[in-house]
Design a protein around this ligand. Structure first.
Ligand SMILES: [Zn+2]
Length: 324
């Protein structure tokens, strides 16, 4: 069986194939355009959507070293065939499915979400013998509310701000979460003001057929009558007394999170799978072996073993514990 290892990114040693390595490699697979998955590689495979996002965020030089692989097309490597499937996480996010010449199959998920959103492609789950999967929310208390319920909370928050004569401010990461939020609030009457890192990414979404609402550049001195979407990193610039601020994050499952983030509300909208979705995902892939990574990786691997799967965290600490 293919045995993946963690070497600052995932390596399939038999095939010398890297997935989302954090340091520069001669050749790698890049699952999506979030910064912790992109490095300055000599050459890399990515979807055309991801390459367009990298062009905006990282520049032309890195984007020009990509080999574009659209979803469903085959890349023929040395001893394997690789295909991308939509991961449902952000625009262009891909799960990489590898089939070796000897017929073994392997799936690397990168970040993924199984619920259908408004801005990323819907996930398409293939079957595989071995999975390496992200388990950010792999603990049983992470069960996100229905999407509709979350949308209603976002609208109720904006209504509350208006009633208190304050500007509603939604804090969201610039790539993915911000676009999803804008799609949710686009029917509202307020003008949408967004931080400068967000607008160019909206254009990429639009160029791939995701219609995005009109926005204006965020002006911290003139925000009245507007609805603000900006990343949490610029919160310090905000004139707080005139604003009602909500952090939009899957980590906001309990109310104490608002004190941790120093905001008025936390709304649990995530671009990752929650615990029940992670379990359903594994059942859909029907793997012989599962390796977990990120977040509650040990806890989720233990849960899978209780359910009869051969499952380990990629860091391997749990395997060590069992041999002690
Ligand atoms: Zn991501």
């Amino acid at each position: 069986m293919l045995k993946p290892i963690d070497r600052g990114g995932l390596l399939l040693p038999g095939l010398q194939l890297w997935f989302d390595p954090r340091k520069r490699k001669p050749f790698a697979v890049v699952s999506h355009a979030h910064g912790d998955h992109v490095a300055n590689h000599d050459c890399y495979l990515a979807t055309p959507e991801t390459i367009a996002l990298i062009r905006v965020r990282n520049g032309n030089a890195l984007a020009s070293r990509a080999k574009a692989l659209p979803y469903g097309e085959v890349y023929q490597g040395q001893g394997y065939r690789l295909k991308f499937y939509p991961a449902g996480h952000v625009l262009g996010s891909a799960m990489a499915h590898v089939e070796t010449d000897s017929g073994e199959t392997f799936l690397y998920t990168g970040d993924f979400k199984t619920r259908k959103g408004l801005s990323a492609e819907a996930i398409d789950i293939p079957q595989a013998d071995t999975i390496v999967m992200e388990t950010t929310f792999g603990r049983s208390d992470y069960v996100f509310p229905d999407f509709e319920e979350t949308c209603q909370r976002i609208h109720a928050f904006c209504d509350r701000a208006t009633a208190e004569k304050k500007t509603p401010v939604l804090l969201a990461y610039s790539l993915g979460k911000a676009q999803e939020l804008m799609k949710i609030v686009e029917s509202r009457s307020q003008a949408l003001m967004v931080y400068k890192t967000i607008a160019p990414l909206n254009q990429v979404y639009a160029s791939f057929g995701v219609s995005m609402p009109q926005t204006r550049p965020l002006d911290f001195l003139n925000m009245s009558e507007s609805l603000i979407v900006m990343p949490p990193s610029v919160l310090k610039k905000l004139p707080r007394k005139d604003c009602l601020v909500a952090m939009v994050s899957g980590w906001g499952m309990n109310d104490s999170a608002k004190y941790r983030y120093g905001v008025d509300e936390v709304i649990p909208l995530s671009d990752h799978a929650d615990y029940p979705d992670l379990l359903r995902f594994v059942d859909a892939v029907k793997p012989k072996a599962v390796y977990t990574t990120h977040g509650y990786e040990k806890e989720f691997a233990a849960t899978l073993r209780q359910r009869g799967y051969e499952a380990w965290s990629l860091s391997g600490d749990d395997q060590l514990e069992l041999t002690l």
